[in-house]
Design a protein. Structure first.
Lengths: 106, 119
């Protein structure tokens, strides 16, 4: 089965750029999506199809995907961006999630 | 605006069947451009996709290999909802269960239901 690997944690200072990576075999050949999840809440889609932002998602969220790595970039990170982030792809007809990355804004 | 409202018991005994329902508003379970998913989340397994139901001229399903032998996901067009049934549950099935629409990605999620498997 297909596997996605994320770093368990990433730290960033307010106003700086946060980058969260997601690795998988030939990941760049697939569409990657990213979710934000805050404690006690359902996941929220923030980026999909490599770079598209759903309505209501701030422009500071962007995504890229090439080779074996997809990256979620948060520019000008704010305290409200502190959350768990999950990458996700489709493999054949199934949905695969990464293990998640806890973003700390300090 | 699409909304998904989950309902179902929060406690299930081992070996019994876990059943949850997801009521849809703002879209149709019979949509030709959406699929309707169940996903669960636990500390040990993270986010785990369980399966989906969708209509493309006929109804079809996809299921995760890990639960394929004991899962069914069924649409109910009369109530515009879909359901999850997971048979022969064990404590390892304890998790928060989510329903989600798949259109432009998994773009709308239900509120989540904590299901505990315990006697």
């Amino acid at each position: 089965s297909y596997e996605l690997t994320q770093p368990p944690s990433v730290s960033v200072s307010p106003g700086q750029t946060a980058s969260i990576t997601c690795s998988g075999d030939k990941l760049g050949d697939k569409y990657a999506c990213w979710f934000q999840q805050k404690p006690g809440q359902s996941p929220v889609l923030v980026i999909c199809q490599d770079g598209k932002r759903p309505s209501g998602i701030p422009e500071r969220f962007s995504g890229s995907n090439s080779g074996n790595t997809a990256t979620l970039t948060i520019s000008g990170t704010q305290a409200m961006d502190e959350a768990d982030y999950y990458c996700q792809v489709w493999d054949s007809s199934t949905v695969v999630f990464g293990g998640g990355t806890k973003l700390t804004v300090l | 605006q699409v909304q998904l409202q989950q309902s179902g018991p929060g406690l299930v005994k081992p070996s019994q069947t876990l059943s949850l329902t997801c009521a849809i508003s703002g879209d149709s379970v019979s949509s030709n451009s959406a699929a309707w998913n169940w996903i669960r989340q636990s500390p040990s397994r993270g986010l785990e996709w369980l399966g989906r139901t969708y209509y493309r001229s006929k109804w079809d399903n996809d299921y995760a290999e890990s639960v394929k032998s004991r899962i069914s996901i069924n649409p109910d067009t009369s109530k515009n909802q879909f359901s999850l049934h997971l048979n022969y549950v064990t404590p390892e099935d304890t998790a928060v269960y989510y329903c989600a629409r798949e259109s432009s990605g998994l773009d709308y999620w239900g509120q989540g239901t904590l299901v505990t498997v315990s006697s």
